[in-house]
Design a protein around this ligand. Sequence first.
Ligand code: 2HA
Ligand code: ZN
Length: 270
Amino acid sequence: MKDILTAPFMTEMIRTTTNMYAHGWDERNGGNISLLLEKKQVKKYLDIDKVLRTIPTGFSAPELEGKYFLVTGTGKYFKNVQYAPDVNLGIVRLKDGGETAELLWGYADGGKFTSEFPAHMMSHAARLSVNPDNRVVMHCHPTNLLAMTYVHDLDEVQFTRTLWQMCTECIVVFPDGVNVLPWMLCGTNEIGVATAEKMKTARLVVWSQHGIYGAGADLDETFGLIETAEKAAEIYMKIAHLPRLNTITDEQMHELEAHFGVRAREGYLS
Ligand code: 2HA
Ligand code: ZN
């Protein structure tokens, strides 16, 4: 059996959490990530018949029965993941229709998965239903996106269009746009259901006055997606209070669509 700390999925997870902390998106215990693993990946590093503990999840997700996830721990700090991965991360397998998680590795201090586990698992199920290659759900608190939810209309078309207008490549990176939830109580099944519903039509879901969820095929892509939206929000927060003399027009957006072979979300451009 190989050392799990050398697994590419582990080193990427450690690098990603470290980098997200460095970006200021994950203060204290803010943020959480879940990465869907293949059974054959896990078997190289762990005896999958050795269950350390079982943990009730408090929700059901039959679509995810038997699936393996590497997940950040509840109350854990992203800045500490690199120093103690086995305390701050865990690998679980879902059973009983998603109602039970079997711990196979990690949460070594007796901890468990993130409080946002429902939103993560329900979002995985939603993304997999539209993209079988989806592997990552990532939540964090990027400063400018969060700031924007205090001063910008929360209408999804308006919010998306503003972000697209802030950097030329935004429409290429997230042509599906950004969905927006109003403020809701976090850590609940209700916000999980609402997030998953929004995840069916976009890979980015803003939680107003809280943060953002991103989904993608790998950690790099998902990080890059949030990074691009956050960059756009940063530009917006720099210019929102100034007279706008120039912008990216819808006509120019159509040129970008044609050149990069992407299709903007239906009805979002004139
Ligand atoms: O505590 O970010 O949304 C981690 C969180 C909760
Ligand atoms: Zn949060």
